[in-house]
Write a protein that binds this ligand. Structure first.
Ligand code: NJP
Length: 246
């Protein structure tokens, strides 16, 4: 994991869950982590713990995302992790404003990150963007129209970005973690809608496993996953990261 040491890694959605756990893993391997989310107090506490930088921002606002990247300096790795699933509702019951808010965060947030870092990465001829995806990108689950549609769009952004930068030294890939023990799974369980809400808590992987996968993808192993989603729900994916089998 020597490839992680000294790298500047911007992580969105770093105030809790997968983002916070990944920040701890990467900082532990020597990365300089830049922590972005809306909850400033949580970011400050994590920055103190990890030696990182708290950079409060709402990813749905491009100017705020760009300000984070300017503060970070030359970004080696961007982890586009911020995401929402709440509120879960059948299409017929869904609230149009809340549905649109998920689009603003899950799709536009990822676009804003790509738009902010790609010019510098391409100019330097190096950099990695990891978009946190989901099995929902390629499946249809009731109550998750906002989530399935936005994660499908994120996979599309991963493909298009890879198409545009391939050969420049910049890599763009997705990471589909499977189900992870975070507040998002608490929201899913509370909804009682669709089979994912019925899973037992033991079925979910710990969030630091996703951080370990990010660390691996930052290195040469990531080359094979440009333009597609790497998945921790496969034996091959678990094996590459050195995690227990499914
Ligand atoms: O979610 P949670 P996870 N601007 O709710 C932040 C995907 N995923 O860690 O702003 C900036 O614990 C929020 O921070 P705050 C999932 O789709 C998960 O499980 O302070 N940040 C918090 O740090 C998502 O893309 C599972 O409220 C914003 C973070 O996002 C990623 O993994 C399975 C923001 C959410 O923390 C992390 O999810 C899967 C904004 N506007 C994919 N809005 C799973 N958990 O099972 C929210 O396949 N955030």
């Amino acid at each position: 994991m020597r490839h992680v040491k000294g790298k500047t890694v911007v992580i969105t959605g770093a105030s809790k869950g997968i983002g916070a756990a990944s920040a701890r893993v990467l900082a532990g391997l020597g990365a300089r982590v830049v922590l972005a989310a809306r909850s400033g107090d949580a970011l400050l506490a994590l920055a103190e713990e990890t030696g990182g930088i708290a950079a409060p921002c709402d990813v749905s606002d491009f100017a705020q995302v760009q300000a984070v990247m300017e503060r970070a300096g030359d970004v080696d790795v961007l982890v586009n992790n911020a995401g929402l699933i709440d509120p879960i509702a059948l299409l017929a019951d869904s609230d149009p404003t809340a549905w649109g808010r998920v689009v603003d965060v899950n799709i536009k947030g990822v676009y804003h990150g790509l738009r902010a870092v790609l010019p510098g990465m391409v100019a330097r001829g190096s950099g990695t963007v990891i978009n946190i995806s989901s099995g929902a990108a390629t499946s249809a689950l009731e109550g998750w129209s906002h989530y399935c549609a936005t994660k499908a769009a994120v996979l599309s952004l991963t493909r298009v970005a890879d198409n545009e930068v391939r050969g420049s030294g910049v890599r763009v890939m997705g990471l589909s973690p499977g189900t992870v023990a975070t507040d998002m799974q608490r929201e899913i369980a509370a909804s009682g809608i669709n089979p994912v809400s019925q899973l037992s808590w033991d079925a979910h992987i710990p969030p630091d496993w996703v951080g370990q996968a990010i660390a691996v993808l930052m290195g040469p192993e990531g080359n094979a996953w440009c333009g597609q989603d790497f998945s921790l729900k496969t034996e091959a994916g678990r094996n590459i990261v050195g995690l227990p089998p499914l």
